[in-house]
Write a protein that binds this ligand. Structure first.
Ligand code: NAP
Ligand code: SF4
Length: 675
C-alpha cells in the first residue's frame, strides 16, 4: 500500500488514461531554441522514464507575432513537425505522454511585431503592441488551431493552450488591456469570446481523441483583474468549447506579488484551484510551490484538484514520481524554488538548468557513467560543492570519504536555512544527509583533514569553502561589531538598531533575518497573504486585498549599506531580486549606497560619501554586522600543493567572487563526472 494513493492513481480521460496525477508543467528552458532535437528529446525522455504522467513542453509560438522573442521556437512548418517528431517518439518509446504548449505572448512578446487586443504597452516589455483588427484576430485563431494540428501530426498526445499569466488570451479578458468596443471587447461575454473561440476551433481541427489543456488564470493578482465569477464562467465555457483539462495559472507576469519564489509558502494557491472543483466536470490541475510527494498527496486528498502540476521540481529530480512510487521520497532532490539556474537563466537569455541538479537540460553533455576504475576519493568540506561531488563520485562507483571540520554537513546552507523565507534549505540539507546514507559515503564530522590523512587516496577534492572578507574598518574590533556568522550561526545578541555593511546576497539575507521575529510568514499562509496583500478572489477582483500589503512591524531598525552607488540588490537574481528589495522596503529597511566606511565607535558607523569623502555622517546603531563578501579558504589546498600532491579545488575554495551554490555544485558534479 503506497503512502501516495491519490497521487499515484490513474486518471481516465475517456479516450486515454494518465498513469498518475502528476503533470510536468511547461517551462521555457531554451532547449528547443538550440535546435539540437536529440538534446531536447533526451531532456523529456529522462522525465518520461521517471514516470511523470504527462509533460507539457515550453511555450511554442503559433506565429511570428505571438512568439515570446524573435528566434523563439514555433510550430508552423513541415520542418517543425519533423523536428518535434524526434521528441514525441523518444518520449513515447520511454512510456510517457507529452503535450505541446501553444504560447501566444500578445503584448508580452519581446519584439516590435507584437500584437494585442488594444495598444496598451506592458510594464515588462519596451515594445508597444499593435491593436489587432478583425482580420488579425481571425489570423491568430487560425494560427493557434493550425499549430495544434501540426503538433498532432508531430505525434504529441495533446496541446496546452496558454491562457493565463497575462499572455495574449488573458489580455482579452480584462478591461485594463482590452479597450475594444467591437465584438471582442466591452462586455465580459465579448472579452471571453477569443479564448473560447480558440479552444472551439482547436477542438474542431484536431478531432476528439487529442488532449487539449487550457491554462486558465484563476487569480490575476493585478489591478482590475478578473472576478472569480468571471473565472468560473470562463471555465464552464472552455469546457463546453472542448477542453479536456483545465490547468491553473497564478498571477500575471507583471504582478508585484511573488508566486513561485522560495519565500512563497508551499501549495500557496491550491485553495484557489479548489474553488473550481465541482464547477466543471473535466479534470482540474493545481500548481505553484508543490515540491514534495507529501504536499502533492495532501493537495489531492483535500480535494483541491484532480492533478498537480510540478515544473521546477522536475528539473531538480526527473525521477520524482518513480521515487515516490518506490517510497523513496527522501531521495528526491528538492527544488528549493530559488530560480537561480532556471528562471533567472531564462530571463537572462541562457539555457535553463537547476542549482540542485546541473544535469537538467544538459543530459546529453554532462553524462554520469560508471567509472572505468573504482578509486578511493577524499573530499574535504561538506558544503554543497563537496557533497554534490561526493554523490556523483559514489554514483560512478568510487569509494568516497568526506572530511568535515564542523559537527554537521551543509556548510553555508546551514546559515541560509535560518533566514525567514528560506526554510526550503532545511530540506536541501536533509536530502544531502539521506544521499550520504544511500550511497554509503563515509562522512567524518568534527574531523580536520590533515595532509597525512589524505595521502592514501587516489583523488583529493578540496571544497573547504570561504572565510569572511576583512573590510579593515577602524574600530571593527569593538564589542558592537559582529560578522554574519555570529548572527546566523551563533545567534549572538543583537541590538534594536543595526547597520549592515555590504548589500550582497548575504547582506540582504541578514537584513531579512534581523527585521523578522516570531514565525516566518513562509510557514503561515494567512500571514504571508496579509503581508503581500493577497485576498480571496471571490471577494476581491483579481485576488488583490484593497488595503494592499500589510506587513508586520519590523523587529529592528536596519540600515543596509554598500559602497557602490548603484541600486541595492541590482546583482541579485533577475526574477527574485525585486522580491528581496520589496520585502526589506516593507520593513522600512534604510538603503544607503555610495558610502566610504570611515570608522566604527560606540555611537555607530561613521560614513562619508564620494571620492572626496565628504558629508560625514554617523549611522547610529547598537550593532554593526559585517557582510562584506568572502575570500577562498585555501590553506589546506596550498599545503597539499606544497607537498606536490595533485588536488582538485572546487567551489568557494577555488573562486569566492560572486560565488553561489549554483556554481559550486555545478563545478563539483562536473569534476566528479570526469574522475
Ligand atoms: P557579495 O554578493 O559579493 O557581496 C559582498 C558585499 O560586500 C557587496 O555588497 C560589496 O558591496 C561589499 N564589499 C565588498 N568588499 C568590501 C570591502 N572590502 N569592504 C566593505 N564592503 C565590501 O557576497 P556575499 O553577500 O558575501 O554573498 C556571497 C555569495 O553568496 C554571493 O555570490 C551571493 O550571490 C550568494 N548568496 C546568494 C543569495 C541569494 O539569495 N541568491 C543569498 C546569499 C548569498 P560594495 O563593494 O559596493 O560595498
Ligand atoms: Fe528549483 Fe532552483 Fe533548481 Fe530552479 S534552480 S529548479 S528553482 S532548485
Amino acid at each position: 500500500m503506497t503512502r501516495y494513493s491519490n497521487l499515484l492513481s490513474p486518471l481516465d480521460l475517456g479516450f486515454t488514461t494518465l498513469k498518475n496525477r502528476v503533470l510536468m508543467g511547461s517551462m521555457h528552458t531554451g532547449l528547443e531554441e538550440t535546435k539540437d532535437w536529440n538534446r531536447v528529446a533526451e531532456f523529456y525522455a529522462e522525465r518520461a522514464r521517471g514516470e511523470v504522467a504527462l509533460m507539457v513542453t515550453g511555450g511554442i509560438g503559433p506565429n511570428l507575432e505571438g512568439s515570446v522573442l524573435p528566434g523563439a521556437s514555433m510550430m508552423v512548418t513541415e520542418e517543425d513537425v519533423t523536428n518535434h517528431r524526434v521528441v514525441t517518439q523518444r518520449v513515447q518509446d520511454a512510456g510517457g505522454k507529452i503535450a505541446m504548449q501553444i504560447l501566444h505572448a500578445g503584448r508580452y512578446a519581446y519584439g516590435p511585431k507584437c500584437v494585442a487586443p488594444s495598444p496598451v504597452k506592458s510594464p515588462i516589455s519596451p515594445f508597444p503592441p499593435t491593436e489587432l483588427d478583425e482580420e488579425g484576430i481571425e489570423k491568430q485563431i487560425s494560427n493557434i488551431a493550425n499549430a495544434a494540428v501540426l503538433a498532432q501530426q508531430a505525434g504529441y498526445d495533446g496541446v496546452e493552450i496558454m491562457g493565463s499569466e497575462g499572455y495574449f488570451l488573458n489580455q482579452f479578458l480584462v478591461t485594463h488591456t482590452n479597450k475594444r468596443t467591437d465584438r471582442w471587447g466591452g462586455s465580459y461575454e465579448n472579452r471571453m469570446r477569443l479564448p473560447i473561440e480558440v479552444v472551439r476551433r482547436t477542438r474542431e481541427a484536431v478531432g476528439t481523441n487529442f488532449i487539449i489543456i487550457y491554462r486558465l488564470s484563476m487569480i490575476d493578482l493585478v489591478p482590475n483583474g478578473s472576478t472569480y465569477d468571471e473565472v468560473v464562467q470562463l471555465a464552464k465555457e472552455i469546457e463546453k468549447a472542448g477542453a479536456t483539462i483545465i490547468n491553473t495559472g497564478i498571477g500575471w507576469h507583471e504582478a508585484r506579488i511573488p508566486t513561485i519564489a522560495t519565500s512563497v509558502p508551499r501549495r500557496a494557491f491550491a485553495w484557489v484551484t479548489k474553488k473550481l472543483m465541482g464547477q466543471v466536470s473535466i479534470p482540474v490541475i493545481t500548481s505553484n510551490r508543490i515540491n514534495t510527494p507529501d504536499v502533492a498527496e495532501a493537495v489531492l486528498a483535500e480535494g483541491c484538484a484532480d492533478m498537480v502540476s510540478l515544473a521546477r521540481p522536475m528539473l531538480a529530480d526527473p525521477h520524482f514520481v518513480a521515487k515516490a512510487m518506490r517510497d523513496e521520497a527522501g531521495q528526491i532532490a528538492p527544488c528549493i524554488a530559488c530560480n537561480q539556474a532556471c528562471l533567472d537563466h531564462t530571463f537572462g537569455g541562457k539555457l535553463t538548468s537547476c542549482l540542485v541538479n546541473p544535469r537538467a537540460c544538459h543530459e546529453t553533455e554532462l553524462v554520469v557513467e560508471p567509472a572505468a576504475t573504482a578509486k578511493k576519493v577524499a573530499i574535504v568540506g561538506a558544503g554543497p560543492a563537496g557533497l554534490s561531488s561526493a554523490i556523483t563520485c559514489a554514483e560512478r562507483g568510487h569509494a568516497v570519504t568526506v572530511f568535515e571540520r564542523s559537527g554537521e554537513i551543509g556548510g553555508q546552507l546551514n546559515m541560509a536555512k535560518q533566514i525567514p523565507g528560506k526554510e526550503e534549505f532545511w530540506g536541501f540539507v536533509d536530502w544531502y544527509r539521506e544521499m550520504m546514507d544511500t550511497h554509503d559515503i563515509d562522512v567524518r564530522l568534527n574531523t580536520e583533514a590533515t595532509v597525512e590523512a589524505l595521502e592514501g587516496f587516489d583523488e583529493v577534492i578540496v571544497a573547504t569553502g570561504v572565510t569572511p572578507r576583512d573590510p579593515d574598518i577602524p574600530g571593527q574590533d569593538g564589542a558592537n561589531v559582529l560578522s554574519y556568522i555570529d548572527v546566523l550561526r551563533d545567534k549572538a545578541p543583537i541590538g534594536k538598531s543595526v547597520a549592515v555593511i555590504g548589500a550582497g546576497g548575504i547582506g540582504f539575507d541578514v537584513s531579512e533575518f534581523l527585521v523578522h521575529e516570531g514565525d516566518s510568514p513562509t510557514e503561515s499562509l494567512p500571514v504571508w497573504m496579509e503581508e503581500w496583500g493577497v485576498a480571496d478572489p471571490e471577494s476581491h477582483r483579481g485576488g488583490l486585498a484593497p488595503e494592499g500589503p500589510q506587513p508586520h512591524a519590523a523587529a529592528r531598525n536596519v540600515t543596509l549599506l554598500q559602497r557602490k552607488a548603484e541600486k541595492h540588490g541590482k546583482r541579485l537574481g533577475k526574477t527574485t531580486g525585486w522580491i528581496h528589495r520589496a520585502a526589506l522596503k516593507m520593513k522600512d529597511v534604510n538603503f544607503v549606497g555610495g558610502v566610504n566606511y570611515e570608522r566604527i565607535d560606540e555611537t555607530g558607523l561613521h560614513v562619508s560619501f564620494g571620492e572626496a569623502r565628504e558629508n560625514l555622517q554617523v549611522i547610529e546603531a547598537d550593532s554593526i554586522v559585517m557582510c562584506a563578501g568572502q575570500v577562498p579558504e585555501r590553506s589546506l589546498a596550498d599545503a597539499l600543493e606544497a607537498k606536490g600532491m595533485n588536488v582538485h579545488v572546487i567551489g568557494g575554495a577555488d573562486v569566492a567572487a560572486e560565488l553561489d551554490a549554483k556554481r559550486a555544485i555545478d563545478q563539483g558534479v562536473r569534476l566528479a563526472a570526469t574522475l
